[in-house]
Design a protein around this ligand. Structure first.
Ligand code: UDP
Length: 194
């Protein structure tokens, strides 16, 4: 897959439909995957923080989350096809998870938001198996959430701790996981909770 680098951040050159199809395939073939949907805020953060930039380079895929990123690519004469936003990608993945009976783990947001998200998933995505969930306010040194995910082996792990915590959490534990799509989703649970 061709990449377009903007301020040191390597974006994959793909539209959302093809990206979601790619993730589906990687779930089916059990290829572990770290996804960052990077908006201009993330690009600027990476530019200023070399640790964060290192984490960005550990991701399997970085997508262009924001019209600003798409515009910048255009100016560099290396156009990206469209915006591939975290929330939209998550909604597409939930559709596919429902069709394919994928197994899900949710990490992030407040307990009440998380419970509303789970209620909505149970009501609207009958075939998605929610293996487990944890709110986003936990002791950073406590590895029990990562251990639980290791044991449950979900197909899809949605991590909504905000930037940069979500990427830091995934990078910290990524090597210990065998399979799964790990994706940072910012405030997406709050939106999904309604
Ligand atoms: N959040 C969390 N743990 C934290 C800090 C934030 O789970 O330690 C959650 C917060 O409840 C919200 C989400 O992270 O649901 C994203 O927050 P925000 O909108 O500030 O992040 P952004 O979308 O800008 O990355």
């Amino acid at each position: 897959l061709k990449k377009v680098t903007i301020l040191g951040v390597p974006f994959i050159n793909i539209n959302r439909k093809d990206f979601v199809a790619l993730l589906k395939k990687r779930i089916e073939t059990e290829q572990k995957t770290f996804v960052i949907t990077a908006n201009p805020e993330i690009v600027m953060k990476a530019k200023e923080d070399s640790h964060y930039m290192d984490i960005i380079h550990q991701a399997t895929y970085v997508t262009a989350d924001g019209i600003g990123v798409v515009k910048a690519a255009q100016l560099l004469n290396e156009p990206l096809p469209e915006r591939v936003a975290g929330f939209d990608t998550m909604m597409d993945l939930l559709e596919i998870a429902n069709q394919e009976r994928f197994r899900l783990y949710l990490l992030g947001a407040s307990q009440s938001v998380l419970e509303r998200v789970m209620a909505r998933l149970v009501a609207e995505y009958h075939n998605v198996e929610i293996m487990g969930a944890h709110n986003g306010f936990f002791d950073w040194e406590d590895d029990s959430i990562a251990r639980e995910i290791r044991e449950l082996e979900p197909d899809l792990v949605l991590v909504a701790l905000g930037v940069p915590k979500q990427e830091q959490w995934i990078a910290r534990h990524y090597d210990s996981f065998k399979k799964g799509i790990f994706m940072g989703l910012g405030g997406s649970f709050d939106i999904l909770a309604g």
